[in-house]
Each structure stands twice: as C-alpha cells, then as structure tokens.
Ligand binder design. Structure first.
Ligand SMILES: Cc1ncc(C[n+]2csc(CCOP(=O)(O)OP(=O)(O)O)c2C)c(N)n1
Ligand SMILES: [Mg+2]
Length: 689
C-alpha cells in the first residue's frame, strides 16, 4: 500500500477517531500545501461525515454510478476536502496523489467539489445550489419508486443526504428548496445544517438571526436540533437514524459545530473558513488530535483498512441489489426494460416519427403552441420525459396532457408544479438529471431566466441534458410591457458556454428544435419561443425545417449565382426577412434568407457548411432579431444588425414590433443601406435574373 505508515506516535482513542483525525489532518495538509482552500469546515464536520458514510450511506466506491446508491451532496462546496477525504479513504478512485495536488491544474481535486471527481454527485460552490439539486434528486427517486416499485420489489429505494452551511440556508434559494421539499413531503431527503455561527465576515450574528428550526418546521420539515454534538458520534448516529426513520417528511438535523476544531487560534473564527491555517497552527492542531506534529499527509494503514469497509460493503450491497433487480426483471420484464432504457436515456426507435408536421393552413401558430404539441408527442413515446413550469403552464404550453400532477402521494405523475420558484425549478431539474432515470424540462417566461441563471449556468458547466422551455421571448409578447419583455436575455444566454439556445421561426422549426433538444445529451438546451402567432412557412417552396439541426440554413435562396446580400434572422423575425426578400427584388437586390435558430448548433458545423450558408465572399449582411444586437456581429461582421438596444414598452405586440422598427419596410430600408448609395447591388455581383 502506498500510504505512509503511522508511527507509534499516533495516539487515537479508537479506530473511529483515528479515521476522523486522518480526514481532518488530510484537509489541513492539502489546504496548506495548496496554500489555498477551506480547512475549518472539514475539520469540524469530519465526525458527522464519518458517521454518515461508515454507518448509513449506501454506496459502492468501485461503481460510483450504481443506480440505487444513496446520494450525498456537499452543498457547502468550499468544504470540498471533507468530501475528498471521505472518497479517498472509503476507496473511490481518488488516490492520495490527487489529494496532494488539491486545487492544482489537471488534478481530480478541484477547489470546490465538482462532478468530474469520481463519487461527487454534483458540482457545488455557489451556496444554495447543492441543496436545490438535492431536492431534484429526491424527487426523481420518489418518481421512479412510484413508477417502478412493486410489492416485495423495492428496486428504487435510496436516500439523498445534504451537508449545508450557514451560507446555504441564508441564501434565498434555500427557501425555494425547503418549501418545495416540505410541500412534496420528500421523506428521503435528509439535510444536515452545519450551524457553526461563522461566515466569512465573522459571527453569523452580524447578519443572521433567523430561527432556522422554526423556518424549516413552518415548511413541514422534521427537525432535530442536536446541539453542540459535532464530536458526539453516538448523538450523530442517533440523529441520522431518526431522520431515516421519518419517512413522510424531509428531515433537518441542526448541528452546532466548531469551525477549525482543534486549531488553538483559529477555532470558532472566520479565519478558519477560507485560508490555510499556517504551519504552526497546523502542527498545534495535530498535537491536539494526538497526531505526529510534523507528519504530512499521514494516512495510517488502520484507518484505511477500516474505512475501506465501505468499499467491501458497497460491493456486497450492489450485488444484493443486482439480484433483486434480476428477480424484478423476471417478475416484471416490461417494467425492468423500461427502467433500463430510462437509465440509459435510450429513446425507442422512431421516437420522433410521431412529432407533428405543420402545414401553412395550420397557422398562424405561436411557437409555444407548436412546442406544446411537440412536447406531448415526445412524452407519449418517452415515458421518462417529465417536468413542469413555475406557475405558467397554461402560457408555456408545457403540460403533458395524458399525465397527472406530481404531488405528495402521487409521485408517479409527470407534471411538476413548481409554484413561483424559478430558481429551484431549474436547480432541481439539474438534480433530476444528475439522479438519472428521468429527462427533465423546466418552463417559464424567457425574462425569468434571470431568476434561475445560476442554476442554468451550473447545468451547462456540468453538461446536464435539461431542456428549458422559455416562452414570451420578445417585445412581441405585448401588453405586459418592458418588465416582461426580454431584450438582453438571448445574448446573455448565448454567452454561456455549453448552453444551446434555439429560437425557432415557425411551428415546423419548433418540432425540429425539440428533436435537437432531445438529441443533445452533453448539456442543456434552451428553447426561446413566441407568445404571438407566427405564419407557418410553406416548406414546399422553402427549405426543410430540418435545417434547424444544423443551427442555421438557407431558408430561401437568391435567384442569381451569388446573393447581393444575406438577410439572417431568428424566430419571429424570420418572417420579416422572408417578405423583405421579395420586396428587395423590386429594387434589383437579390437577397438570400438564412434562418439561424441556434448559434451553438451552427458553430458546431464544419467550416464548409458554414461557408455554404454564409459565403465569406458575401460581406453585405443584415441580421434581424428583436433583441440586443451585439452578439450578431459574429455573423454579419461589418454588416448591420436590426436589433433592439433598449427596453420595450407596454403596448399590443403587433404595435410594439413596428414601433421599434421591426417591419418589412424597415428591413428593406436597412438592407438597402448596407448595400450603399443608390441601393444598388455591389460591384461584381450578379443581378437577379
Ligand atoms: C452564492 C454564493 N455567494 C457567496 C459565496 C462566497 N462564499 C463562500 S463560503 C461563504 C460563507 C461562508 O460561511 P458558511 O456558509 O457558514 O460556511 P462555513 O465557513 O461555516 O463552512 C461565502 C459568502 C458563495 N460561495 N456562493
Ligand atoms: Mg458557517
């Protein structure tokens, strides 16, 4: 074994404390070596982590993805060394060398715990997010248990545990999480609140005086206050046992801990939160633990041997579960097949053949309405698609018509009612995706992505296949006015790496947008949809809407061999450029119309295709979108953008658009200006025939 062997100087009272102090000293040493990190909370919570992982948590370090494992979420992601120490000592693929390289380039021990680390269930750091993710994990568990378990066959049966800090419970986001979890009665969600009275600026008294217990109780949680018991292993064990026993309500365990426990000068101070303790303080703390003062990264063999029992037990547990699953498969082959398909996310062959195809006579139709039809067609084929909206389902068109409401006691249903809680909606949808076995979508007005942006960003960072259905996507929504009219949102969402934004131009593009969203598993997809009705293009005259899958496509070609100008637009503005094309002909201008529903999908195409759609030789270009202009210069370079670089107004949508310059005449005018004086075609370009 490649661990430094403990010298006789290690004087732990018992194997438990030997293990706990190993975790504590690893955390101190890793932070000290990196000269950066958060030592205090791992030192304080090592006993709570140890008791949970050794006595309760059902996981298999040899197979971190085992489906029926308990989930452990460290919402206080800054305390990542607590989790890394647990993962290392219980036998996950996280060798000591990685702990030595804490916070270094390319290591598997990033500063805040990230999903890339084997055994880490979600990326945490922005406080409150882990707690919200965990609500989604518990919801997914409840749903799958309701759908798949049968008498004597509890094949979906696991808990979700969370460690959270003062910051987690102070964040407003925590209220959304607590409220949803309490309302839904998520009895398998267990949260330990590290009530250490310390945040970065000092004592929590500076800024916090909530009665946390009563706050959770008011949201229907089971609450235990263990008091000053962070080093009382029996009390911790009893606390977890009680929480597990409580099956109908989520459980909160409040634990008074002492940040930097054992460090003579740093304990109970904000200093212990986020700075290395310093060599002398580390040595003094080690002495307090009965540890050799000068040992670094000391992992006694006895501690490893003891904590590796988790690995042995885990392998046995998974084997027992596999047997249970075989028996289940024999008894219920169809259900077993469906669960396996859901876990793989493998859509049945031809899942998209029932997606609607729309003809011009079906229109005009808002893309949100087309989306509702597409969603329902997909939901009929893919039973693991589930989701909901933040109290806007009648507007976002996101109800699955042949399913009921996901509620306490009816978790088998697929329509989630998030209430007016956009942030937890998106963060818990990430939790559902992380859990696996369900494909979540979340819906609200595009403007309210602002209320959920941190969760969307983390979904993109983690590469989670959540689908956001965001409607009312421009000033075209009308009377609700500038508070509800997105302007900068498309640009800001397009700026988010690994988020795929799709803004379809008509009903058929919307069906393809859903195809693209379902096919994308490497990250989230956001559909930006109109409130207002749009014409449905005649695809017998125009290119197929399948072009959506490539991000942008030539919807209507020029007449000559090379266009004088390219008109490119997305969503509701495509109809304008299409009409403008016909009018420009009257001025002797031969325009190409490009529909560009998705920058990200288009960028992912080869250069050949991109150059086919936007030939580099055609520099006269005009982009049209009823939103902030600047992101469009990527495509029009020195051309022009007809955009909206101000806030909208409360007026009927049909009036708003022309008032802000979104008319065919405006497009014609701007396009003519791009081409220069006299509105003539550029020199050398062919005239339309
Ligand atoms: C949303 C968010 N805001 C701010 C921070 C920066 N930050 C990191 S930890 C922390 C507070 C530390 O106090 P606490 O949450 O009680 O953690 P403890 O130090 O007790 O472990 C803050 C403000 C953050 N990580 N996330
Ligand atoms: Mg604290």
């Amino acid at each position: 074994m490649d661990y430094p062997v403990a010298q006789g100087a290690v004087s732990a009272h018992s194997i438990d404390w030997l293990c706990i102090n190993t975790m504590r000293t690893l955390a101190m040493d890793a932070v000290q070596q990196a000269n950066s990190g958060h030592p205090g909370t791992p030192m304080a919570l090592a006993p709570a982590g140890y008791v949970l992982w050794m006595r309760f948590l059902r996981c298999n370090p040899a197979n971190p993805r085992w489906f029926n494992r308990d989930r452990f979420v460290l919402s206080a992601g800054h305390a990542s060394m607590l989790l890394y120490a647990l993962l290392h000592l219980t036998g996950y693929d996280l060798p000591l060398g990685e702990i030595r390289r804490f916070r270094q380039w390319g290591s598997r021990t990033p500063g805040h715990s990230e999903l890339i680390v084997p055994g880490v269930e979600t990326t945490t750091g922005p406080l409150g997010q882990g707690l919200m993710n965990a609500v989604g994990m518990a919801m997914a568990e409840a749903h799958l248990a309701a759908v798949f378990n049968r008498p004597d066959h509890a094949i979906v049966d696991h808990h979700t545990y969370v460690f959270c800090s003062d910051g987690d419970v102070m964040e407003g986001a925590s209220h959304e999480a607590i409220s949803v979890a309490g309302h839904l009665g998520l009895g398998k969600l267990i949260v330990l609140y590290d009530n250490n009275h310390i945040t970065i600026e000092g004592d929590t008294k500076l800024a916090y005086s909530d009665d946390v217990a009563r706050r959770f109780e008011a949201c229907h949680w089971h609450v235990q206050n263990l008091g000053d018991a962070a080093n009382d292993l029996a009390a911790l064990e009893q606390g977890y046992a009680n929480a597990i026993h409580e099956a109908s309500r989520p459980s909160l365990i409040i634990l008074r801990s002492h940040i930097g426990y054992g460090a003579p000068h740093a304990q109970d101070t904000a200093k212990a939160h986020g700075t290395p303790l310093g060599e002398a303080e580390v040595a003094a703390a080690k002495e307090f633990y009965g540890w050799p003062r000068d040992a670094k990264f000391l992992v006694p063999e006895q501690a490893v041997a003891h904590m590796r029992e988790v690995r042995l037990k885990g392998a046995r547990r998974e084997a027992v579960w596999q047997e249970k699953f075989s028996a289940y498969r024999n008894a219920y082959p169809d259900l077993a097949g469906q669960l396996e398909a859901a876990l793989r996310g493998a859509a049945p062959d031809g899942w998209d053949t029932t997606l609607p195809e729309f003809s011009p006579q079906d229109g005009p139709m808002a893309t949100r309405v087309a989306s509702g039809k597409a969603l329902n067609a997909i939901a009929a084929q893919i039973p693991w698609l589930m989701g909901g909206s933040a109290d806007l389902a009648p507007s976002t068109e996101t109800l699955i018509k042949d399913s009921g409401d996901f509620e306490k006691g009816s978790y088998q249903h697929r329509n989630i009612h998030w209430g007016i809680r956009e942030h937890v909606m998106c963060a818990a949808s990430s939790g559902m995706a992380l859990h696996g076995g369900v494909r979540p979508y979340a819906a609200t007005f595009l403007i309210f992505t602002d209320y959920a942006r941190p969760a969307i960003r983390l979904a993109a960072l983690m590469g989670l296949p959540v689908i956001y259905v965001m409607t009312h996507d421009s000033i075209g929504l009308g009377e609700d006015g500038p508070t509800h009219q997105p302007v900068e949102h498309l640009a800001s969402l397009r700026a988010m790496p690994n988020l795929c934004v799709i803004r379809p131009a008509d009903a058929n593009e919307t069906a393809y947008a859903w195809r693209a969203a379902m096919a994308r598993t490497s990250g989230p997809t956001l559909l930006a949809l109109t409130r207002q009705a749009l014409p449905i293009f005649d695809r017998t005259r125009l290119a197929s809407a399948a072009g959506v899958l490539r991000g942008a496509y030539v919807l209507a070609r020029e007449k000559g061999s090379q266009p004088h100008i390219i008109l490119v637009a997305s969503g509701s503005e495509v109809q304008l450029v299409l009409e403008a094309q016909a009018r420009l002909v009257e001025r002797g201008i031969d325009a190409r119309v490009v529909s560009m529903p998705s920058f990200e999908l288009f960028r992912a195409q080869g250069a050949n295709y991109r150059d086919e759609v936007l030939p580099p030789s055609v520099t006269a270009r005009l982009a049209v979108e009823a939103a902030t202009s600047f992101c469009w210069y990527e495509w029009v370079a020195h051309g022009d953008v007809l955009g909206l670089d101000r806030y909208g107004a409360s007026a009927p949508g049909q009036e708003n658009l022309p008032r802000f310059g979104f008319t065919v005449a405006d497009v014609v005018e701007r396009a003519s200006r791009v081409l220069g004086p006299g509105n003539s075609a550029p020199r050398g370009a062919a005239r339309p025939s």
